[in-house]
Design a protein around this ligand. Structure first.
Ligand SMILES: Cc1cc2nc3c(=O)[nH]c(=O)nc-3n(C[C@H](O)[C@H](O)[C@H](O)COP(=O)(O)OP(=O)(O)OC[C@H]3O[C@@H](n4cnc5c(N)ncnc54)[C@H](O)[C@@H]3O)c2cc1C
Ligand code: FES
Ligand code: FES
Length: 1346
């Protein structure tokens, strides 16, 4: 056995790891090579401000700043990095700054923390510390950045709540563009007031457009920043680079101090993993179960970090980070003659969209080459440019070219196990050489390529005759490849139309893909190889002409195909009605008050469930889940797992003391599967151990034998086998037959809409603490439904509900995903805690959360629509099929809401809608913001569009013609009163400048062949109430203490939507005291019982009325004391009442009146009222790649009298962006066997900062009081989500213009999301013709439409 492995096993021989965290020295004697900085911060140092969102570098929640001193350059380097990927052992002699280190509410806020909070850029707050630290690191390097720097700094950060706009607005105040005074000179015509003025001459006094006052902000003073620890500086200066070794349970970390030592170690340990940035290896260890017993860490070896400028190019040491390489290349580009920089520009183009900044700051160029990923973005450039690599082993060096022989197979190269990569030389380009690089991915920022390419052509001097040609592609094979055959064929040919034709047909033959290829999108990927070559062809034509070579001129209408995408800094306008003048400042209702937790969220002090400090004897739980979609369980063998280090016990169905039957509506699920599994991810058991790592490792060691059964995965399979849950719902009104007879035209159509992952930044988490007597248990759960959690935990434990307390302080987002599915985790954790009589915790990893908790239901809609030649729709027969999954969950209500929204906002006299719930072997789908409404409405907007397209009418005319009017009644016979949709429509048309836009789009489309613009205006009408009548109730409990402070509790939970803030505003108004006297601590089942889930957008209505009720009771009780002592203070009245023995505690209750719909008779009121809105969007589509830009969106939303315009506008924007993800970006891929293939931010893309419409206007409809809810307000959480369909239909409009170029007209099918793949395929042209899809049924696809 070698010495290192022996050391490792006896735990001796580790060096001391010394680093600093927030200025404090940390000395770790047992640094585990497999531990990340994030786990260390959270678990060992108790610094829970830094959050875990994904553990794969894809969300930025874990961002911290790392500072190092470089003795050679005597420079301090500050960089944002992902703590979830940073190995603890890599931190020797560095300083780490976390969100706690820069400021706190109690001490002093840092301006970066203050501004995001006050600009309303923090809703649930789970992403906020990461965003704060990205901004902080930027400002440490550049105290007055440009907006483009800010946007770049956020490439690696995601937020699921805010819609990003307020974050950018808040941080704009630090930038050059944001104003020299940070807005403080506002009154005197500060530059920041521009761009926020009212549009369209709307200058009424009561219209406000500023949601925060930058004048309040504390200025940034760079001299006040945390200093680099002087002790660390002297440690670094006093210490030469030393070798280090750290031994952990399974791995040893060896950090050599010289190249010689590195080579020797690699010789001794040829299978050792080299780690520099750990952005690849970290993922392998965490998600691919890889174990690397020996890790070599050469990051500090000088030869691997050197940059040398030679006559041929620039040589980069293999450990140079991508950020550093980018900086060096940018400088070279500025100083070298243009003909030398073509390759550099191509590398820079790839780096622009390479991961996020946090990754680029640590990932090494050598790591990218050596990972040998087929979708590497740099390798195609390196290959096309024939870069030289220097490889070394202990016996010497060799230089190899990166050509077609370098990659030998999937993730394999010619580099020998004993060799290391020392450097890469990126050559200057030569005269007459042109190079371009392209990356096409579903999302622009921080995404993995679908196809990535680099092309280089060299011409005979002064001619257009091809002398050399390299076409490098990624994403087209198991390795990066060169299209050698095509390139060879084109040698000696002239750069013209003929060459183009030949190149395309040759590439179509050479760049083929098996129809079953991993990653799917086969037709699209093949088409892209041609489309990207075409872009290169046009670009080179332009460059040749510039050099005076006589080649064809690029047609003006083709020029836009050559433009490189440059993001434009977004601008925005928010308009709302200000409160009447003279209203007391203490009455905050109607004012844009900041979310009450925002400051704590920005400093990392806000406590989320997993931030609750560890109990002394606490254990961690890991789930054992099914790997089969449908199977009988033959046996479970946990013997190996039980023997593993740290394991306390395994839990299976037999260990459940109460009932194993569970489920939110019907008990059709099991807490732990015993006989059969019905989806991949079905929970079978759990392993409980001392740490998360031990529990998870042991869970993987549980062996389960299955007898596989045939799964049903897709809606189409369910239809074919009639696999439906009952009942099948129908809503019918009028005479369908007569309606179709009356129609001039009848049209049939269908569409499929994909599901959606909630992607709350905080995954599901439960901490269960047995109380030791009478079966009592306290659970901290991240749930929207405290009472449901309570009753199902009690049921599983076999105790009455009064022994179980559920406590919810706040959630890091919910969006419906924590309404019912949280119980599948909390029941298991409770069972384990009960069995061991010890506290047990589990926070799901992102991949587990995505796998097992379900999401939005995929829907398939089929319709037949009858209409008059005028465009008036007279008959509609529509059927909806939802992919419900393996249990009912809330699916019936979701389908009912889809049916209640099947006509969206259109009056249809004769209508029938039917809803089928497909029973499949997917994880049960569940509530998601909108709850079936968006699915119902998308299909209706689709038939409206079809009607318009088949009549050749503008879609907006058909929409307006069919729009409801005041007094109309819906298919379920509810009369629409206080109807404001027409007002929203007119305001949206006016604010968006619809007519002018349409005209300019038509002109643009005439002038551009390969980019097309599209426009759509879409209404929404969203019914407010739970459709299950009994849920429309709420309670509140209010205590007044003798010091005058008020403790408020109500039935709703806080998930970022600002519910607690609004409730405090309500209580403040009713009690007549400032909000500062009122506190909400948490939601708990022992204060307000039998609560409805915080859902259906109705929580402010319901809980607000309950709070009002309780506060009115208290106000009445205090009234005599107020009257008696009118000049007294609140505290005086409270004290007087107390001494008079008045009860200063009251509960409140509310139930929505007059609800109750009956499907059988199609009568009774479904909804209390409706929220209305209209949105108009303009997009630009790149017809060659399918990429699109969101140019402009105008939203007009009726939220009644807004309780808090900042929160309401935040909800509108956040919902809109979630809808934008749903309709254009987010795609879940499932294998034909029902395995979810997209299980993290790497493969599942939610909208990022760059996806915001470039111009975004949100206007809250004025003068629209709602007499049905608290203080005339309206619900806002879900209704605006559907408005993002305006982007979907604007895309469809643009595609129609592209299809017209190929002579295609009339309705066409575009499923949702309108991904780049679907857009490209729909823009049928000469390139798509060359890449026809394989015949369905002749192959097994990698993924299926479920
Ligand atoms: C969130 C995220 C986004 C990403 N986005 C992109 C993207 O947009 N485009 C893209 O192409 N890639 C992307 N990647 C992949 C990854 O970041 C890159 O491949 C990166 O360059 C790897 O560098 P590293 O230093 O982190 O590698 P490490 O993980 O440290 O090592 C990677 C591999 O290289 C080997 N290696 C490293 N240095 C040497 C050496 N000197 N000699 C021999 N072997 C060596 C290691 O043994 C290991 O096998 C992304 C990764 C993440 C996590
Ligand atoms: S948790 Fe580190 S990036 Fe998501
Ligand atoms: S506030 Fe950004 S994820 Fe919730």
């Amino acid at each position: 056995m070698d010495a290192t492995v022996a050391d490792m096993q006896n735990g001796s021989g580790s060096d001391e790891l010394v680093f600093f965290v927030n200025g404090k020295k940390v000395v770790e004697r047992y640094a585990d090579p497999e531990m990340t900085l994030l786990i260390y911060l959270r678990r060992k140092l108790g610094l829970t401000g830094t959050k875990l969102g994904c553990a794969e570098g894809g969300c930025g929640a874990c961002t911290v700043m790392i500072s190092r001193y470089e003795p050679n350059t005597q420079k301090l380097i500050h960089q944002a990095v992902n703590a979830c990927l940073a190995p603890l052992c890599s931190l020797h002699l560095v300083a780490v700054v976390t969100v706690e280190g820069i400021g706190s509410v109690a001490r002093k806020l840092h301006p970066v923390q203050e501004r995001i909070a006050k600009a309303h850029g923090s809703q649930c707050g789970f992403c906020t510390p990461g965003i704060v630290m990205s901004m902080y690191a930027l400002l440490r390097n550049k105290p007055t950045p440009r907006m483009s720097d800010v946007e770049e700094a956020f490439h690696g950060n995601l937020c699921r709540c805010t819609g990003y706009r307020p974050i950018l607005e808040g941080y704009k105040t630090f930038t050059v563009e944001g104003g020299c005074c940070g807005g403080r000179g506002r009154e005197n015509g500060c530059c920041m007031t521009s761009g926020k003025d009212f549009e369209n001459g709307d200058t009424d006094d009561d219209r406000a457009s500023s949601l925060f006052n930058p004048g309040e902000f504390v200025p940034l003073d760079p001299t006040q920043e945390v200093i680099f620890p002087p002790e660390l500086m002297s440690l670094i200066k006093g210490q030469r680079l030393c070798s280090l070794r750290f031994h952990g349970e399974r791995a040893t970390w060896l950090q050599p101090n010289s190249l010689q030592e590195f080579l020797r170690l690699k010789w001794e340990h040829p299978n050792a993993r080299v780690v520099v940035g750990n952005t690849e290896v970290g993922i392998e260890v965490k998600f691919k179960n890889m174990v690397y017993p020996v890790i070599l860490a050469p990051a500090y070896i000088p030869e691997l970090n050197t940059v040398t400028h030679t006559d041929e190019g620039i040589v980069f040491g293999a450990a140079c980070t991508l950020s550093h390489m980018g900086a060096v290349l940018r400088q070279a580009v500025e100083t070298l003659p243009p003909h030398k920089i073509e390759v550099f520009l191509a590398v820079l183009e790839q780096l622009r969209w390479f991961a996020g900044l946090q990754i680029r700051n640590v990932a090494a160029v050598g790591g990218n080459v050596m990972t040998a990923s087929p979708i590497s973005d740099l390798n195609p450039v390196f290959m096309a440019a024939r870069c030289k690599l220097t490889l070394m082993d202990k016996d010497g060096a060799r230089v190899v070219r990166m050509d077609e022989g370098f990659f030998t197979g999937y993730r394999k190269t010619i580099v020998r196990p004993q060799e290391v990569l020392v450097s890469i030389e990126i050559p200057h380009s030569r005269k007459n050489q042109f190079v371009s690089a392209f990356k096409q991915s579903p999302r622009r920022e921080d995404d993995i390529s679908t196809v990535t390419a680099a092309m280089s052509v060299t011409f005979a001097p002064g001619t257009d005759v091809v002398e050399e040609l390299s076409l490098g592609y990624g994403g087209m094979a198991a390795t990066t490849v060169l299209a050698k055959r095509t390139a060879d064929r084109l040698l000696g040919r002239r750069w013209g139309e003929e060459l183009l034709q030949e190149a395309c047909s040759s590439l179509a033959g050479e760049m083929t893909l098996d129809p079953s290829a991993p990653g799917s999108m086969v037709t699209y990927r093949r088409t892209l190889t041609l489309s990207l070559f075409y872009k290169f062809y046009l670009t080179v034509l332009q460059k040749l002409r510039k050099q005076g070579v006589m080649v064809d001129e690029v047609r003006p209408d083709c020029l836009s195909a050559t433009e490189i995408y440059h993001p434009q800094t977004p601008s925005s306008v928010q308009v709302y009605q200000a409160v009447p003048q003279g209203r007391s400042l203490d009455d905050t209702v109607g004012r844009p008050m900041m979310h009450l937790s925002a400051l704590k969220q920005a400093t990392g002090e806000a406590v989320y469930c997993d931030d609750v400090p560890l109990y002394e004897n606490e254990l961690y739980l890991a789930l054992v889940t099914s790997s089969k979609a449908h199977a009988n369980i033959l046996s479970i063998d946990a013997s190996a797992a039980e023997q593993m280090p740290g394991v306390a016990c395994c839990v299976f169905a037999a260990d459940i003391p109460g009932s194993n039957a569970t489920g939110p509506v019907q008990y059709d699920e099991t807490v732990l599967a015993d006989k059969q599994v019905t989806c991949v991810g079905h929970i079978i058991g759990a392993v409980v151990a001392d740490t998360q790592l031990h529990a998870q490792r042991a869970a993987k060691a549980v062996k389960i034998q299955y007898e596989e059964l045939k799964p049903i995965v897709t809606i189409q399979e369910a239809i074919a086998t009639q696999s439906f849950y009952q009942p099948i719902r129908t809503i019918q009104k009028g005479d369908l037959e007569a309606g179709f007879k009356q129609a001039d035209h009848i049209l049939e159509g269908e569409m499929h809409m994909g599901g959606q992952e909630h992607f709350y930044l905080e995954t599901n988490v439960t901490l269960a603490v047995p109380r030791g007597e009478d079966g009592e248990m306290e659970l901290f759960v991240s749930t929207q439904s405290a009472s449901k959690s309570q009753s199902l935990v009690a049921k599983a434990l076999g105790v009455p509900a009064n022994r179980v307390v559920i406590r919810v302080k706040r959630m890091g987002g919910g969006f419906g995903g924590k309404e019912s599915r949280t119980t599948i985790l909390s029941t298991v954790v409770a069972v384990a805690a009960n069995r061991l009589k010890r506290p047990v915790r589990c926070m799901l990893d992102r991949d587990e959360d995505m796998l097992i908790t379900g999401g939005r239901h995929p829907f398939y809609g089929k319709y037949k629509v009858g209409f008059l030649s005028s465009g008036k729709v007279v008959a509609l027969d529509v059927s909806y099929y939802s992919n419900t999954g393996n249990s009912m969950d809330l699916s019936l209500s979701v389908m009912e809401r889809a049916l209640f929204h099947m006509e969206n906002s259109y009056s249809v006299a004769n209508v029938r809608g039917r809803g089928f719930l497909c029973r499949t072997n997917l994880a049960s789908n569940t509530a998601f913001r909108g709850f079936g409404g968006p699915q119902g409405m998308l299909v209706s907007e689709n038939w409206v569009t079809d009607v318009a397209q088949s009549l050749g009418m503008p879609a907006e005319e058909v929409r307006r013609l069919n729009l409801y009017m005041e007094g109309d009644s819906t298919p379920y016979n509810q009369v629409l009163d206080r109807f404001t949709l027409d007002r929203c429509w007119d305001e949206c048309l006016a604010r968006s400048g619809y007519k002018e836009r349409r005209a300019s789009i038509e002109l643009y489309n005439r002038q551009n062949r390969w980019t097309k613009r599209g426009l759509a205006i879409v209404p929404t009408k969203f019914g407010i109430s739970f459709t299950a009548v009994f849920l429309n109730q709420a309670g509140a409990l209010v205590h007044i203490y003798t010091d005058g402070s008020v403790l408020l509790t109500h039935g709703g939970t806080e998930m970022g939507q600002g519910l607690h803030t609004k409730m405090v505003q309500v209580a403040s108004r009713v009690l007549g005291i400032p909000c500062s006297k009122i506190h909400i601590s948490e939601t708990s089942t022992n204060t307000v019982p039998n609560t409805s889930p915080t859902a259906a957008s109705a929580s402010s209505d319901l809980n607000g009325a309950a709070v009002q009720n309780a506060c009115e009771t208290l106000a009445q009780r205090l009234e005599p004391y107020r009257t008696k002592n009118p000049k007294g203070l609140w505290e005086d009245w409270v004290r007087a009442a107390y001494f008079d023995r008045v009860n200063l505690s009251a509960n409140g209750f509310y139930k929505t009146p007059d609800l109750g719909y009956d499907f059988a008779s199609n009568s009774g009121r479904v909804f209390n009222y409706y929220s209305y809105g209209v949105s108009c969007s303009e997009v630009e589509v790149d017809c060659l790649t399918g990429a699109h830009k969101n140019l402009s969106t105008t939203v007009v939303m009726d939220v009644g009298h807004s309780l808090n315009p900042a929160i309401d506008i935040g909800q509108v924007e956040g919902a809109f962006m979630q809808g934008l993800g749903l309709f254009t970006l987010e795609e879940l891929h499932y294998s034909p066997r029902g395995v979810l293939l997209t299980r993290g931010p790497g493969s599942y893309k939610i909208p990022a900062f760059g996806d915001i419409p470039t111009h975004l206007t949100v206007s809250l409809l004025r003068d629209a009081p709602n007499d049905k809810a608290i203080f005339a307000s309206k619900a806002v959480g879900e209704p605006p989500l559907f408005l993002a369909a305006s982007i979907f239909f604007a895309i469809k409009d643009a595609i129609s213009a592209a299809r017209a170029e190929s002579g295609l007209s009339g309705p066409f099918r575009l499923d949702s999301p309108a991904s780049a793949e679907r857009i490209r395929n729909a823009c049928a042209d000469q390139f798509t013709k060359l890449c026809p899809p394989a015949e369905p049924g002749t192959f097994t696809p990698w993924s299926v439409q479920v």
